[in-house]
Design a protein around this ligand. Structure first.
Ligand SMILES: *[C@@H]1O[C@H](CO)[C@@H](O)[C@H](O)[C@H]1NC(C)=O
Ligand SMILES: *[C@@H]1O[C@H](CO)[C@@H](O)[C@H](O)[C@H]1NC(C)=O
Ligand SMILES: *[C@@H]1O[C@H](CO)[C@@H](O)[C@H](O)[C@H]1NC(C)=O
Ligand SMILES: *[C@@H]1O[C@H](CO)[C@@H](O)[C@H](O)[C@H]1NC(C)=O
Length: 539
């Protein structure tokens, strides 16, 4: 009530506000959600999943997410004490182990720069020798006390904690656009060199401005009454703003000297086991460790803004570089409103990801099979019949053509289990409906070509394959890129920052961690990213 009165008072006092500039009116749009149906579908489908978020790595969406009580997290650093500043929690042991080593910074002076040692033996395919030294630091570069044994901390959450989940590969420090939603939208920085006048840079920025980024994001989280930010690189992590709040340390142990028999960090087995750990999270973060509130989704895909990638070679990757500052600010304002509105709201029971899963599992492999393997009229016809019969009334009561009704049944089939409640729900509903409508209308067109057509022939099959391929291109489901089953000593490998090659992005493959494939690193110059090279060296 008070806000309403205030709003009325403001509009009376300043009539100019009655006609706000365009960007102040910028809001989410059902028409845009329909148009960007596949992107929104995939954002929901890939949330908190290492596989899909690695392939669709430019995240454009935010969700509130809750970590229940009693979840274990890991943190590696150079000292026995818990961090006192914002710092990182890893979901996986092997991710934190990589940071459990000494650095040149002493206790109380903040953490050492984050280094990516655990992946040193993986094929990084780096082309830039300098960036390799900056980030990979294989132990040969000078650094006082570098390599000294560090500490591995284990924490448990003492109550449910609420975070902002930034989707895609938000922990990937690249210039491909993985940081756009954090740096351009949340932090409002075109580049980190354009600092606000008077803004104080955090000493010891760490690789690629990570420390500054954490401090900035935590400032927002404090206003939003959130505990930090969930992101993903090669492994999911949390920027936890205050380690003393909601966490209990349950173990802290010093790591072995590099001379001692530690766990196999180097060599083939260490790589295999690291990859195995990551691949366990390809499809599920596991054990309900994080509950995403889909009804709080705020996606740039909901807004009528320009997401074109200025890099003409990657039209598939959305960017925020063509979006204006005013538009970004308006989306952030909308996000703030949603966060405030959902504060204290009970966890939504509406799991939109379940709906996307059941749609993908019904259609993905069958579409791919038809598009890539089927070349006979009979098989194609049987497959179409198999998929569509459930929607067709054969009683003869329905007037022929009852097909429009059947297409509609097909389109709405899986959506009938949900009742949208929030604005986000209605936008997601529209997006999913736009996807099922594409699938269903394509399949019914194929039915005309192959089932109702009295003389289907080779050309009907060819036309069907074309239609299926363009449907798959539009859906962009990451399931289409799945590896064949790998042997027990192998793991399906896709690029996860900071490793992986361009070829592995295009064709994920089974690997034992030592059959390295040379090639161009997928993520490009390691010094890239909106932060540029100036602080990539760390303290
Ligand atoms: C570290 O990398 C440098 C340069 O790439 C190489 O010459 C050196 O042998 C490596 N050292 C170790 C311990 O792997
Ligand atoms: C961190 O959380 C603890 C426990 O709630 C609180 O006492 C402390 O003031 C917090 N620290 C900061 C810097 O907000
Ligand atoms: C969107 O951005 C791209 C890349 O910056 C630009 O070429 C294009 O003209 C923009 N489109 C519109 C409609 O402004
Ligand atoms: C890994 O795979 C490669 C290629 O298949 C093979 O040559 C190599 O011996 C394997 N290494 C291990 C440790 O199994």
């Amino acid at each position: 009530m008070r806000t309403l009165l205030t709003a009325l008072a403001v509009s009376v006092l300043s009539p100019t506000l009655a006609h706000p500039p365009v960007t102040e009116k910028l809001g989410p749009s059902q028409a845009v959600a329909h148009q960007r149906g596949p992107e929104i579908f995939n954002a929901v489908h890939n949330a908190m999943r290492q596989w899909g978020s690695s392939l669709h790595h430019n995240g454009m969406s935010f969700f509130l997410a809750t970590v229940p009580e009693g979840v274990l997290f890991h943190h590696g650093n150079s000292r026995e004490e818990s961090p006192t500043d914002p710092d990182w929690l890893a979901y996986e042991i092997e991710h934190a182990e990589g940071f459990a080593r000494g650095g040149r910074r002493g206790p109380g002076r903040g953490p050492p720069p984050r280094k990516y040692k655990p992946w040193e033996n993986l094929q990084l395919g780096l082309t830039n020798k300098e960036s390799r030294q900056h980030i990979i630091d294989n132990g040969s570069s000078p650094g006082p006390r570098d390599g000294e044994p560090g500490w591995l901390h284990v924490y448990r959450t003492t109550r449910p904690l609420r975070f902002l989940y930034v989707d895609g590969m938000g922990g990937g420090k690249t210039s491909l656009g993985t940081l756009d939603s954090q740096d351009y939208l949340l932090r409002g920085q075109r580049t980190s060199t354009e600092e606000e006048p008077g803004a104080k840079r955090v000493v010891g920025g760490g690789p690629m401005g990570e420390r500054q980024r954490a401090v900035d994001l935590c400032k927002l989280c404090e206003n939003w009454q959130l505990q930090g930010v969930i992101r993903m690189e090669a492994g999911f992590e949390i920027i936890k703003c205050n380690f003393s709040d909601g966490l209990e340390q349950i173990q802290v142990l010093q790591r072995p000297d590099s001379g001692n028999n530690g766990p196999p960090r180097r060599g083939a087995l260490g790589n295999l086991e690291l990859l195995r750990g990551l691949s366990e999270r390809y499809h599920d973060i596991g054990s309900t460790r994080t509950i995403v509130d889909y009804s709080s989704m705020v996606s740039v895909f909901f807004f009528p803004v320009n997401l074109t990638n200025p890099d003409p070679k990657r039209p598939d990757l959305p960017r925020l570089s063509s979006t204006s500052d005013a538009e970004l600010a308006a989306i952030k304002t909308y996000l703030t409103a949603v966060i405030e509105e959902r504060r204290g709201a009970p966890l939504s029971g509406l799991d939109w990801q379940d709906i996307t899963d059941i749609i993908v599992s019904r259609y993905a492999d069958r579409l791919k099979f038809m598009a890539e393997k089927v070349d006979s009229v009979e098989t194609m016809r049987d497959e179409i019949r198999f998929l569509l019969d459930v929607f067709i009334d054969y009683s003869g009561k329905e007037k022929d053509p009852g097909i429009p009704a059947a297409v509609e049944r097909c389109t709405n089939f899986y959506l009938r289990s949900v009742t949208p409640a929030t604005k986000a729900d209605r936008l997601i509903y529209t997006a999913l409906e736009s996807v099922t409508s594409q699938i269903c209308s394509t399949l019914f067109r194929l039915r005309e070509l192959l089932v109702t057509n009295p003389n289907p022939d080779e050309s009907s099959v060819a036309a069907s394959v074309d239609a299926l391929r363009s449907l798959m291109d539009s859906l962009k489901w990451t399931r289409f890129k799945r590896c064949p089953p790998c042997a027990i000593d192998e793991v399906c490998l896709i690029p996860m920052w900071p490793f992986g090659t361009v070829e592995e992005y295009n064709t994920p493959r089974c690997t034992n961690g030592s059959d390295t494939r040379s090639g161009e690193n997928y993520w490009g110059d390691f010094r890239g990213g909106p932060d540029g090279p100036h602080d990539s060296r760390g303290p």
